[in-house]
Design a protein around this ligand. Structure first.
Ligand SMILES: Cc1cc2nc3c(=O)[nH]c(=O)nc-3n(C[C@H](O)[C@H](O)[C@H](O)COP(=O)(O)O)c2cc1C
Length: 404
């Protein structure tokens, strides 16, 4: 999550009403978020300017990117992106969960080449990896969301625009011609929520992603230690345009419920995907309520620490949904083998988060493209060694659970 009541106050230049974690911090009459504000300041001694690179990056493994990106990112931007919530147990668990599954090789399949292309809700992808919604990219690169949206299109995949981006959703939409979804944090104001949904439809976004896990400020301690706040204090690109709708409208709705799915569907006329589901029961309910896909996520371990990884819950959700809708999964993906294991356990596509922001910091749009292409190449290698020539042939029997 990248903006809630408390952060709104910080980012709007208002007084921080309280610093309690997760409480319904309210400040009535908070001023609207400004359209421009200074970049977050970096502590003395660190990198002080946002990276503005544009270059291919040479990658051995995505695991190296974090350390490389740290050298060029402003310290607060790095803490914000790299951190998780609480003890960061869930963030580590996202990695550990993959290694409970092994891939069964099949070297005698007779396939000389493989095709990792796929589709999701009508959009063609060069590979089953899409770009996860990530807010506050103004803390990562001088061109804000431009590198990630352009880099995703260059890589032949889909970009998900966060409602708490620094650019407006219209500017993001026109930055590239690839397929895009719009991810919304539902604000208190129904008028503003409806406005954003209408604008997303008008700008060509093909689906709405409703993220439901971030109406509470989580305890992101790396950022708080460094900067005194869990998220950056950047101006928002998606501010209300409806006359009479003020900055208060941007505060997050605290009592999200199932009716919000129907609201998004009705107002946008687009397919709705609910993001941050981790339970089979809730996944089935989401489909009953009209969701066109379900997105399993714990927000990269940034919200509720000690929640399970999406990979752990995926087989249960896949069994419950019986293939009725596509499943998207994210959290801790670094390798083609991770993508393979997620698909084998029932995912239709995987979403990638932090590595793409590191790619943006290191090389702008070309850096983001490099990250996607590296992962795609590793997936191709994995598919070849596992004897699976298409995405549909990556079935449940290509992986097995380890004993440890
Ligand atoms: C810096 C950052 C900002 C994020 N902002 C959002 C957001 O605005 N909306 C959202 O639904 N998820 C957001 N997320 C969560 C991602 O969409 C995704 O669930 C998560 O990053 C996947 O884990 P990974 O980073 O390990 O790949 C954010 C994640 C990061 C790292």
């Amino acid at each position: 999550m990248e903006l809630n009541r408390r952060e709104l106050l910080v980012s709007s230049g208002g007084v921080v009403a309280a610093s309690s974690i997760g409480g319904p911090v309210l400040a009535q009459n908070a001023p609207p978020a400004p359209r421009s504000a200074p970049e977050p300041s970096a502590p003395a001694g660190g990198v002080t300017a946002l990276p503005d690179n544009e270059r291919n990056i040479s990658i051995v493994t995505l695991r190296d990117l974090e350390a490389e990106a740290q050298k060029v990112m402003i310290p607060f931007g790095f803490a914000y992106v790299s951190g998780g919530a609480g003890d960061e147990w869930t963030m580590r668990e996202n990695l550990a969960a993959f290694n409970r599954w092994t891939i069964l090789a099949n070297y005698l399949s007779g396939h000389a080449s493989v095709d990792p292309a796929t589709t999701i809700l009508g959009s063609k992808l060069s590979c089953p990896v899409i770009t996860a919604p990530m807010g506050n990219q103004g803390s990562v690169h001088a061109q804000k969301e431009v590198p990630t949206v352009k880099g995703s299109t260059l890589a032949g995949t889909l970009f998900v625009e966060s409602s708490v981006s620094q650019m407006s959703l219209e500017d993001v939409a026109s930055a590239s011609d690839g397929p895009k979804w719009f991810q919304i944090y539902i604000p208190e104001s129904r008028a503003f929520a409806a406005e954003m949904l209408h604008r997303a439809k008008a700008s060509g976004y093909k689906a709405i992603v409703l993220t439901v896990d971030a109406f509470v400020t989580s305890n992101r301690e790396r950022s708080t230690r460094l900067h005194g706040a869990p998220v950056p204090t950047l101006p928002m690109g998606n501010v209300p345009r409806t006359p009479g709708v003020t900055g208060n409208a941007m505060m997050m709705k605290q009592n999200l419920d199932w009716a919000d799915i129907e609201f998004c569907r009705k107002e946008s006329g687009l397919p709705v995907i609910v993001k941050s589901i981790l339970s089979p029961v809730q996944a089935v309910e989401a489909v009953r309520r009209g969701c066109s896909a379900v997105w399993l996520s714990n927000h990269g371990g940034r919200q509720l620490d000690n929640s399970p990884s999406a990979i752990t819950m995926l087989p249960h959700v896949a069994t419950a949904l019986k293939g009725r809708v596509p499943i998207i999964v994210d959290g801790g993906v670094f390798r083609g083998q991770d993508v393979f294991r997620a698909l084998a356990l029932g995912a239709s596509v995987v979403a990638l988060g932090r590595p793409l922001l590191y790619g943006s910091a290191l090389g702008g749009a070309q850096g983001v493209r490099s990250v996607h292409e590296h992962l795609r190449n590793e997936l191709i290698m994995t598919m070849r060694l596992a004897g699976t020539s298409t995405i549909n042939s990556i079935t449940r029997d290509t992986v097995t659970r380890t004993e440890t």
